[in-house]
Design a protein around this ligand. Structure first.
Ligand code: AMP
Ligand code: MG
Length: 185
């Protein structure tokens, strides 16, 4: 599997969605959507951005159930997810060892954009209830994500490809993404 991570607003889903548009046969799973489908059914949630406010135990349970679905996906699946999720209890690891140890990861792809870009994208995106974070908090979240992705890479013995996705540079980001997800010998 290819695991795609990045701080909210870095443009992770824009890269992944455009990739799918160009490669309709690609198998892509959005981990947040897996969790949200379960949250709608089991907790009657009406907004995917509300999952972050669930009590810790419920959040953990949702993650575990979504991970179970992931285990049944084909090996060449691309997973759109998060290195960490900012909840009221703190930064929650997106891929704890109990999940990582059960899947075969070919590579991690980390989508990055500058703090200024992330801030302005979050303000423009009216379709989501993105957290209102200061530049300092975004920087801190990015640092947490970077250290976590390195931990995951070390646990899974897989490389991390770092892709910069600044405004107006989506084409370059997609090209790099296509290169990273190409099947290897
Ligand atoms: P997204 O649409 O990618 O921003 O994801 C929506 C929500 O799904 C996030 O705010 C988290 O609550 C949840 N989510 C996504 N990936 C994970 C993960 N690996 N672990 C825990 N929660 C996740
Ligand atoms: Mg997304």
């Amino acid at each position: 599997m290819i695991i795609v991570m990045g701080t909210p607003g870095a443009g992770k889903s824009s890269v992944v969605d455009e990739f799918v548009r160009r490669h309709p046969d690609a198998k892509v799973v959005n981990f947040g959507t897996l969790m949200y489908e379960i949250a709608q059914k089991e907790y009657g949630l009406k907004d995917r951005d509300e999952m972050r406010n669930l009590p810790r135990e419920k959040f953990r349970e949702l993650q575990r159930k979504a991970a179970k679905v992931l285990l049944n996906q084909p090996h060449d699946t691309i997973v759109d997810t998060h290195a960490s999720v900012r909840t009221k209890d703190g930064y929650y690891p997106g891929f704890p060892y109990y999940i990582l140890s059960k899947i075969k990861v070919d590579a991690f792809v980390y989508i990055h954009a500058s703090m200024e870009t992330i801030l302005s994208r979050r303000m423009r995106d009216k379709s989501r209830k993105r957290d209102l974070e200061t530049p300092e908090q975004i920087k801190f979240h990015e640092e947490i994500n970077l250290s976590l992705v390195c931990t995951y890479a070390s646990q899974a013995n897989a490389p991390v490809k770092f892709i910069i996705n600044e405004d107006g540079k989506l084409e370059e980001a997609i090209k790099e993404f296509e290169e990273s997800v190409k099947p290897r010998e």
